[in-house]
Design a protein around this ligand. Structure first.
Ligand SMILES: *[C@@H]1O[C@H](CO)[C@@H](O)[C@H](O)[C@H]1NC(C)=O
Ligand SMILES: *[C@@H]1O[C@H](CO)[C@@H](O)[C@H](O)[C@H]1NC(C)=O
Ligand SMILES: *[C@@H]1O[C@H](CO)[C@@H](O)[C@H](O)[C@H]1NC(C)=O
Ligand SMILES: *[C@@H]1O[C@H](CO)[C@@H](O)[C@H](O)[C@H]1NC(C)=O
Ligand SMILES: *[C@@H]1O[C@H](CO)[C@@H](O)[C@H](O)[C@H]1NC(C)=O
Ligand SMILES: *[C@@H]1O[C@H](CO)[C@@H](O)[C@H](O)[C@H]1NC(C)=O
Ligand SMILES: *[C@@H]1O[C@H](CO)[C@@H](O)[C@H](O)[C@H]1NC(C)=O
Ligand SMILES: *[C@@H]1O[C@H](CO)[C@@H](O)[C@H](O)[C@H]1NC(C)=O
Ligand SMILES: *[C@@H]1O[C@H](CO)[C@@H](O)[C@H](O)[C@H]1NC(C)=O
Ligand SMILES: *[C@@H]1O[C@H](CO)[C@@H](O)[C@H](O)[C@H]1NC(C)=O
Ligand SMILES: *[C@@H]1O[C@H](CO)[C@@H](O)[C@H](O)[C@H]1NC(C)=O
Length: 452
């Protein structure tokens, strides 16, 4: 290893020397120097990804290197998922024809070299899933042709560079799962072609700038697991192209607009759990017919839940309304469950801790047989556990605890062979525990989840 880097160094020095005297302009030779130095700053290459990077092979044939057809300059560097460790050499900034950098899913450490900003032709930059530290170079904003910036899953610190507002061709920006703090720069609202913004799992504070609502092409906005403590700007609910909105685990306050299902009629996933939203459940959600996941749990929302909620939602997979103030203990409050029988893909229904009352509707046994999780605990349900619940042969979790349920446990509960957790505690159940319960062999492995 040492010998080869030494030889490599000599090679570089001799090349540099000849370059300085004969050809001061960047050339294919500059590319070769840059790549050799890049290789020199790799400390581990267990898959031998760079073994073809040697003098007996033309650099345009090196593994992971693509050259332009006519000028033979490097236009793409693709070394994704090669288990490479080391630093990203600043010499990468000399590959002046580079359009795409794919270094994702390796073990690059150190900082992102500022010199990347010299790459005026750069369109795609993916360095996600490494262990890069330091700040995001704001000079990246000089790469005016950038369309894709993917830096998520690193240890990057500092703020989101406001200068990114100059990257007018950007369509995709992902900075999630880093250590970023500060606020979202309002200048991002200038990037009219942006379709995707992932900023989740950082320490971002403040508010969502009103200007984000100017992004007329935005499809996905993710700001989950941050420290935003404000209302959502009304303009965000005006972006009719939005399909995925992730805002869980912040401190959002205020109410959800009553007409959200009409203004955001293309929503497929709407997740705002673990915030401080209050106010009425928006009746218009029932018009968001493309909804696949509606996740509103752990807020302060109040009812009623519209009776036709699921009627048009043929793709609904996930509905979690738990930990809110949606019920008042009155009969009929969960009649919206009738409308869920059309949701043939439903896998999870969560209504726990809401104070819903009345008997469980018969339709609670008429949901999709795809159901994995049925969580109704900590409400004020009365009456029997419907026998039909044993139809859910794929069920993994059944929660009915802390209600006022009476009667006996359905005799064929043992049909739920896949059940990993069942919770019936704190009700008014009577009679014998059915023998078939011995069939629930998966449960013994997860005793902590199980209370009967
Ligand atoms: C150069 O790379 C080629 C292709 O991987 C390989 O066959 C050859 O052995 C390498 N030469 C040296 C000197 O490492
Ligand atoms: C390439 O980049 C390095 C570091 O950024 C720099 O020192 C060097 O002068 C550049 N030019 C050439 C021709 O290698
Ligand atoms: C990047 O910008 C800083 C100022 O923000 C400047 O000092 C530095 O020279 C720039 N680096 C490059 C490589 O352009
Ligand atoms: C970037 O790389 C990640 C893998 O870490 C991959 O999941 C993602 O699709 C890539 N992003 C783009 C825009 O190509
Ligand atoms: C970019 O956004 C900022 C803040 O929203 C604004 O002040 C500025 O005028 C915008 N610049 C351009 C070129 O649109
Ligand atoms: C969240 O933001 C508040 C200010 O709004 C600040 O006091 C607090 O320290 C932040 N929390 C974290 C975990 O960064
Ligand atoms: C939402 O869009 C409508 C129609 O384009 C517009 O009249 C209204 O002012 C917008 N509201 C916000 C808060 O941006
Ligand atoms: C759903 O959409 C229809 C048609 O646009 C409209 O008449 C109805 O009022 C909407 N329902 C809700 C609850 O917003
Ligand atoms: C199921 O969908 C059909 C067609 O859209 C509709 O007529 C029916 O009322 C729905 N059923 C329920 C229970 O909402
Ligand atoms: C069960 O669902 C079907 C449609 O999937 C519907 O026709 C039927 O009326 C429902 N039965 C009950 C008891 O809700
Ligand atoms: C479950 O247990 C009962 C009683 O122990 C038994 O008769 C039955 O065969 C078992 N299997 C199923 C699928 O319920």
């Amino acid at each position: 290893m040492k010998t080869s880097s030494f030889i490599c160094l000599i090679f570089i020095l001799s090349l540099s020397a000849s370059l300085c005297t004969s050809n001061p302009k960047f050339s294919s030779q500059t590319d070769q120097i840059a790549l050799f130095v890049f290789k020199g700053s790799i400390t581990e290459d267990p898959l031998g990804a760079l073994s073809s990077w040697n003098n007996s092979v033309h650099l345009c044939n090196w593994h992971g290197v693509t050259c332009g057809y006519r000028h033979r300059r490097v236009v793409e560097l693709d070394l994704r998922s090669q288990r490479l460790a080391g630093h990203i050499s600043p010499f990468i900034g000399n590959l002046s024809f580079l359009r795409s950098i794919y270094l994702q899913d390796n073990q690059f450490r150190g900082s992102i070299p500022q010199e990347i900003s010299h790459l005026s032709r750069l369109r795609k930059l993916n360095i996600s899933s490494n262990t890069l530290q330091g700040e995001i170079p704001s000079n990246l904003s000089l790469c005016l042709d950038l369309r894709i910036i993917h830096l998520s899953h690193n240890d990057l610190a500092g703020k989101i560079p406001a200068a990114f507002g100059f990257l007018s061709k950007l369509t995709f920006l992902s900075l999630s799962s880093n250590n970023l703090h500060g606020t979202i720069p309002p200048s991002l609202g200038n990037l009219s072609l942006l379709e995707t913004i992932y900023l989740g799992t950082n320490n971002i504070e403040g508010t969502i700038p009103e200007s984000i609502g100017h992004l007329r092409n935005l499809k996905l906005f993710g700001i989950s697991v941050n420290n935003i403590s404000s209302t959502v700007p009304p303009s965000l609910y005006n972006i009719s192209t939005l399909t995925n909105l992730y805002m869980t685990n912040n401190k959002f306050i205020g109410s959800l607009p009553w007409d959200i299902g009409l203004t955001l009629s293309n929503l497929r996933e709407f997740s705002v759990s673990d915030n401080q939203f209050t106010g009425r459940f928006p009746p218009s959600f029932s018009n968001a017919s493309g909804m696949g996941a509606l996740e509103l749990s752990n807020n302060g929302l109040s009812g009623p839940v519209p009776v036709d909620l699921g009627r048009k939602m043929n793709d609904l997979v996930w509905l979690n309304l738990g930990f809110n103030n949606l019920g008042t203990g009155v009969a009929g409050e969960v009649s919206f469950v009738d409308s869920l029988s059309n949701c043939t893909k439903l896998r999870a229904l969560g209504l726990q801790l809401n104070g819903f009352g009345g008997v469980l509707p018969n339709s609670i046994t008429n949901l999709s047989t795809q159901l994995r999780s049925l969580v109704l605990g900590d409400n004020q349900f009365v009456g029997n556990i419907p026998t039909g619940i044993s139809n859910y042969v794929n069920l993994l979790a059944l929660g009915l605890e802390m209600n006022h349920l009476s009667g006996s446990i359905p005799f064929d509960i043992g049909m739920l062979q896949n059940l990993q957790g069942i919770s019936l505690a704190e009700n008014r159940l009577s009679g014998l525990i059915p023998e078939s319960i011995g069939n629930l062999t998966q449960i013994s492995n997860s005793i902590c989840k199980t209370t009967i």
